[in-house]
Design a protein around this ligand. Sequence first.
Ligand code: FRU
Length: 499
Amino acid sequence: MKQWTNEERYRTYQESDKKELQALHETIAASRWREDYHVQPVTGLMNDPNGFSYFNGKWQLFYQWFPFGPVHGMKHWYRVSSEDLVNWKNEGLALKPELLSENYGCYSGSALVQDDDLYLAYTGNSKDYELKRHPYQLLAKMDKEGRITKLPKPIIYPQTGYTEHQRDPKLFEYKGRYYILLGAQNEEKKGVFLIFESNDVEYGWQLKGELKVRGYESFGYMVECPDIEKVGDKWLLLFSPQGLEAEGDRFQQKFNNVYFIGDLDLENLEFIPDGPFEELDCGFDFYAAQCANQNVFENAAVMCGWFSCADYTCPPTEEQGWAHLMSLPRILTIEDGKLMQRPAPDMKKLEGEVLFKAENGTITADKLHGLMPRTAIIHLENPSLQSTELSLYSKNGRRGFEISYDRNAKVLTVDRSALNHQINEEFGAVRRIALENGLTSLDVYVDRSSVEIFVNNGEKVVSARVFPEADERILRMGGKDINLSIYSPLKSVEDNFII
Ligand code: FRU
């Protein structure tokens, strides 16, 4: 694979690069792993969701973007939009590094809707001539025509008492004032949260101090992408700590995206959790999730995550010039003290032709004849909590992508170890998820290079990138008293070239 020089990595997009990117996009668009209903990079590499919000009658979602190839380098922001969280449109380049305070990239950040403007708070990754990093928190605003203006000066300068790792501002309002929650590393190399306060979004930001989570001193060696959101009468604190240890079957990714449910006491700079932190996704590829700044769904939040993880590689698509995806948006609610995550309600609209249907062992539709479609939405109901299994993409005589539930152990196993293409297998190719009350349902969203499994109507989610080759095409299903329906999803992302 191509070795990227620093010069090639730290390049800012110019109008004159359009032809080069268009050619790259043409090759990429021919990939067998381009998705039908997931947001994917127009070219190059996508990472964190940024600036997620509901503004001007639409969902606005930006992503961290390196335009020129499948590597981390000079980060730009690219924007997509949607009216229903299902159909997404490419809108084009949103932020590119231009200021000295962002000379090594426009890093992650969030959005806040204020009347006719969408404020975007983000980290200017700046390096000096000795390549020492200086993090600045910057602000831009987008109007209803999509025009973006940057404030020339940082709203927050590098803070003393912390290392160069200070980033990913979450801008929010609380009791009539503005706040920024920032991920940081203290001088003992521990991950902490900082809180800044102001009466005006554009000026006067002051450090209030560290937001402490009661019962915890710090989290790993760095906290990335912190997020805070009110859901009903509770608060959700989401973050991506680096350096957590795996615990048995949990926290198996290189870095994990976790959450607390609890109460926020900003006056005393304290978050009071109701219980220990949990992982947002029990699968293989999920990180840096962000909730939308919105008021559309009542008592619910809307979240997107990066369908990958920091330091992960994706060789099958890297060879084609692109890397990574966005997760499906998830609607978050808190029910009986538990976080529930479900696909957007309009995902139902994507369910096209019925390919297979079986109720209580009676098959009423079977257009598959044992062949795995490239995309599918699978609903499985398991009313009598039986053991069951689904094997996607197996090859003659070999296992494929295996989803199986063992009723005696009350464990759901998701195993991608038998597939041709393995990615990041040093972080495990098998996940075991304990289901205290058994398995009642699975909703499985299969796109051309990804599988997302919503377990028990949103109690757990398991995300996995998969790269099936043409000969991995057998579908097997097993189990008694199971209701199963498989739909062919419609396409809801256009793979068009817009910069
Ligand atoms: C998380 C992250 C953020 C940073 C961004 C840079 O994946 O490392 O902390 O702002 O990616 O692209």
